[in-house]
Design a protein around this ligand. Structure first.
Ligand code: PLP
Length: 458
């Protein structure tokens, strides 16, 4: 502490050195990227806030660098800088940018039509691939995981004739209104920052902490919850691993109280070829997967049991009007062609062995760095997905995870990594290992991370 009682360190980091590094790195970033700066100014003429999607500005960089090309794990910007990409489009390109099997499928399909609002030559094969891999017999396709989750919520409410959705504090399931809730002092609130929200999401959505089985049972016991929507490992508020018994309790209690269970594997598909669900023998009623399922071509799927499929058919027979689900381009032919290639040629056991081997190596390397520099930080991992967090022990729930983020420290490290040719995910500290990542890439990552934290450690 100084004489004015201002803290001089936070999370083991010297705050004066942090401020100096952040300043230096922001300046170095801007100076080295005149073309990206000019592209950002030009884009600002017509794109709101200079970007085609407003949160592309939220990387904490002076301006985003503009991508010229991406292949494997190499991103190249229009100033000619090459980056090793550990963000991989926050999972959309988890199997590397433009894998050959996907580009070949796109090339082939491009000459045969892109969308027809009809099944295609790929449909039966993709359905069989999904069923075999994930163990659920029936499937539907959407354009995004957001939309898959929305559809699942709708089906679950229809089938159970119940209104409520139950989610875990700190969750993210895409731009799904119903899931935009948080717990504050034990009470559900709207997620801070929601734009244009007009109806009370907490009226139809319950929220409890992950790994809190008594709270889960209390929420379900009223018999009015249609669906528990959950990631098997929370990955959007740092990483929160399930405690022993959590999944068993989720399944037992949802069955006991007549609630359907959806496991959203959009991020945890990093666990293995069949996701966390297959690796851990989970038995969800619904299963959602988006982002990388078509190798980067927009597509998502949701699977379900025969019981659910039968109930869905009964619902539609009773009331065959407009279902409120689906978009015109969902299940388009191009997405189906890409999904077929991804499931059959890209998401292989060999690919996962490689990715997870590298992730183990990275997690170990980061733990050593943290230990060497006596930082009160930890590392969690789910398969090919690694996260470092600014807490001595991994958080047990969303509330704990929410308290340990530090935008200033994490942002400075992220920018310094970018300046040294390494990209990690914005918003938190996630690294993905892909089939195209090499051991050299990971060693360089760990060395670079260490060089940066060495300058900051108190
Ligand atoms: C667990 C989970 N589900 C769903 C989504 C939504 O995916 P998309 O933005 O592709 O709709 C995300 C996005 O990050 C996610 O993390």
């Amino acid at each position: 502490m100084t004489s004015t009682d201002q803290p001089t360190t936070r999370h083991g980091i010297d705050l004066a050195r942090l401020a100096a590094l952040a300043r230096r790195e922001q300046q170095a970033y801007a100076a080295a990227r005149p073309r990206s700066a000019a592209a950002a100014s030009a884009a600002a003429g017509h794109w709101h806030d200079g970007v085609p999607l407003h949160w592309m500005k939220d990387w904490g960089l002076p301006f985003p660098f503009a991508v010229a090309s991406a292949s494997g794990v190499t991103l190249t910007d229009i100033d000619g800088h090459a980056y090793t990409d550990f963000c991989l489009g926050d999972t959309g390109s988890m199997f590397g940018h433009a894998p050959e099997a996907i580009t070949a499928a796109i090339r082939d399909q491009a000459g045969k039509g892109l969308t027809a609002m009809l099944p295609s030559v790929h449909t039966a094969e993709v359905g069989a691939l999904l069923a075999r891999r994930f163990g659920l017999p029936f499937w539907q396709s959407t354009l995004t995981a957001t939309d898959a989750n929305r559809a699942v919520i709708r089906w679950a409410r229809g089938i159970t004739r119940r209104r409520k959705l139950l989610v875990f504090n700190g969750c993210y399931h895409g731009a799904v209104d119903d899931a935009h809730v948080r717990l504050a002092n034990g009470s559900p609130i709207w997620r801070p920052g929601l734009v244009g929200q007009v109806y009370d999401v907490t009226e139809h959505t319950e929220v409890v902490e992950f790994n809190d089985i008594p709270a889960l049972e209390a929420a379900l016991a009223g018999g009015d919850v249609a669906l528990l929507l959950a990631e098997p490992v929370m990955t959007n508020i740092g990483m929160v691993l399930p405690a022993p018994g959590t999944h068993e309790a989720m399944r037992r209690l949802t069955r006991q109280y007549g609630t359907l269970l959806c496991i959203d594997e959009t991020h945890t598909i990093s666990t293995g070829p069949g996701g966390y669900t297959r690796a851990h023998g989970l038995e969800p009623d619904f299963f959602v997967l988006g982002k990388p399922v078509a190798g980067g071509v927009p597509a998502a799927v949701y699977g379900f049991t025969r019981d659910v499929s039968d109930a869905m058919k009964r619902l539609r027979a009773e009331d065959p009007g407009y279902s409120g689900m689906g978009t015109t381009l969902s299940a388009n032919t191009l997405a189906m062609a890409a999904m077929r290639a991804c499931l059959s040629q890209v998401m292989t056991h060999a690919a996962y062995d490689h990715m997870i081997g590298l992730a183990n190596f990275m997690a170990d390397g980061l733990r050593h760095v943290i230990k060497r520099h006596r930082l009160p930080w930890c590392v969690s991992q789910v398969g090919a997905r690694v996260e470092y967090m600014l807490a001595e022990t991994p958080p047990r729930n969303g509330a704990e995870a929410g308290l340990i983020g530090d935008a200033e420290i994490e942002g400075a490290i992220r920018t310094a990594m970018v300046n040294r040719g390494i990209v990690i995910t914005p918003f938190h500290n996630m690294m993905l290992l892909s089939p195209a990542t090499t051991l050299d890439d990971v060693e360089r990552f760990v060395r670079t991370f260490e060089a940066i934290v060495e300058t900051l450690a108190a």
